[in-house]
Design a protein around this ligand. Structure first.
Ligand code: HEC
Length: 201
């Protein structure tokens, strides 16, 4: 009789342990994943999102220029655009950027004939790193731009009068962002009706 009771107690203890471990792992997952990719601030400075290369890649442009007279980078530079995964998932559902969206523009120099490459261009060293963040409680226009100097780990917001704000607001297809150049998102925005039909050229 005593051994039967001990056996029962042992089983109950084992079942409780499994239950607690399951709850703990679910809690750890839900707690860790959403917070991990949100913008981090130190007073008004944005901390550089160190692991943005593990985020969602939206597109790469090569030698894009926005005015006839403006300086053209020669040789042309690549720009690679990344977004934090939680904002990407929300955009897929709604065609809109949620609060706490972080978009990264990584500019890289390019090279041509090197190694076995005889034509076309490939990416090389980092030339600039710019970030666009949505946080309606923090910024009057909901969005702010940042530019990280080489080796810089935090940056102050670029003042609201800068050309970044006007060009993005006038010509971006979705909410001050250039979704017209991010093919998979452009399709979603058109389906959800959030794509501005005629952003100014
Ligand atoms: C004359 C227009 C123009 C100006 C001025 C401009 N941008 Fe952009 N920006 C663009 C275009 C076009 C893209 C899309 C690039 C691509 O497709 O690779 C872009 C993309 C970006 C992105 C990627 C996310 C997004 O919003 O679509 C960031 C970040 C960014 N720009 C930062 C800046 C910053 C910082 C400044 C000011 C220092 C600036 N931009 C000024 C036209 C502009």
């Amino acid at each position: 009789m005593a051994s039967l009771l001990w056996n029962l107690a042992g089983r109950l203890a084992l079942i409780s342990l499994c239950f607690l471990l399951t709850i703990a792992s679910i809690w750890a997952e839900t707690d860790a994943s959403p917070a991990a990719d949100l913008p981090q601030f130190n007073s008004n400075r944005l901390m550089k999102p160190e692991n943005y290369r593990e985020w969602i890649w939206l597109s790469s442009g090569l030698g894009m220029t926005y005015s006839q007279e403006g300086p053209t980078s020669d040789p042309p530079q690549f720009d690679n655009v990344f977004v934090n995964p939680s904002a990407y998932r929300a955009f897929q559902k709604t065609g809109r950027w949620p609060d706490q969206t972080v978009l990264v523009l990584e500019v890289r120099n390019s090279a041509g004939k090197q190694s076995i490459n005889k034509g076309g261009r490939f990416q090389q060293s980092l030339a600039a790193l710019e970030v666009h963040v949505k946080d309606a409680r923090r910024f009057p226009g909901a969005w702010a731009f940042y530019s990280f100097s080489s080796g810089g780990t935090s940056a102050a917001p670029i003042p609201a009068g800068a050309s970044c704000y006007s060009c993005h607001a006038q010509s971006g297809a979705v909410d001050t962002t250039f979704v017209q150049f991010y093919p998979t998102l452009a399709q979603i925005a058109r389906q959800k009706g959030t794509f501005k039909t005629s952003p100014e050229p």
